[in-house]
Design a protein around this ligand. Structure first.
Ligand code: PGA
Length: 235
């Protein structure tokens, strides 16, 4: 049994008709699958599935924060994971690694499992700076963190939504590097790959033993794709 983790990051792809169709077609998912619907649909997903993640949190428990959702609020509803530091959030909400660190701690304090996204740009990769960038992110994002309830999603930014996946050997080297940095921090965490994963290329990516699973964006809102990917990670 492979039992790799599959994180389905639905981003902002689905409307209510898509959600109803999804819930109707995908009756159950195995325990190694985490679904990250848009926040407004979380109550529907909670009725049907066990592992639900919010896509982003605001690191305060309550207060005058218009448009924000707290880790405490979602935890009380039954959500058990929080994505932190996705590259789209880093970009569109101008989040620094210090902001990410605050969010990681806030999620952990509220007993949410954290899915921490890291990854370098194409320019950084071409300049030979990939490991430097990744180390900087891990050092700041995980500063003062001793909790192992974190999954790392390595998502090279140039791979997200582009179909440009690094070579298997690049992925292996990076995952091994990430695990070595984590080991020095006494953290024993699963490390996933994310970026343009779909039901076709997952059949090759699953062979990389160093990769503990996948974070999927676009394909995670397509029923047929999800059913096929679940089969691959669960056999
Ligand atoms: P993608 O996104 O699968 O659409 O490339 C991955 C992600 O952003 O998590």
């Amino acid at each position: 049994m492979n039992n790799k983790i599959l994180i389905l990051n639905m981003k902002m792809y689905m409307d209510i008709d898509d959600v109803n169709n999804y819930l109707d077609k995908i009756k159950t998912v195995p325990d190694n699958v985490v679904l990250c619907p848009e926040s407004i649909y979380i109550p529907y997903f909670l009725k049907q599935y066990k592992n639900i993640s919010i896509q982003s949190i605001y690191p305060a428990n309550s207060g005058a924060y218009t448009g924000c959702i707290s880790p405490n609020q979602v935890k009380k509803m039954g959500v058990n994971y929080a994505v932190v530091g996705h590259s789209e959030c880093r970009k569109y909400f101008s989040l620094s690694d210090i902001d990410i660190n605050t969010k990681v701690k806030s999620a952990l304090e509220n007993n949410l499992n954290v899915i921490l996204c890291i990854g370098e740009t194409l320019e950084e990769k071409e300049a030979g700076m990939s490991f430097k960038k990744i180390k900087e992110q891990l050092d700041t994002d995980l500063n003062g963190v001793v909790n192992n309830n974190i999954i790392i999603a390595y998502e090279p930014i140039y791979s997200i939504g582009t179909g440009k996946i690094p070579t298997n050997s690049d992925i292996i080297d990076t995952i091994i590097y990430i695990k070595s940095v984590l080991k020095k921090k006494n953290l024993d965490l699963k490390v996933l790959y994310g970026g343009s994963v779909n039901s076709t290329n997952i059949n090759d990516l699953i062979k990389i033993k160093e990769v503990d699973g996948f974070m999927v964006g676009k394909s995670s809102s397509i029923v047929d794709e999800v059913e096929k990917m679940i089969k691959v990670v669960s056999c």
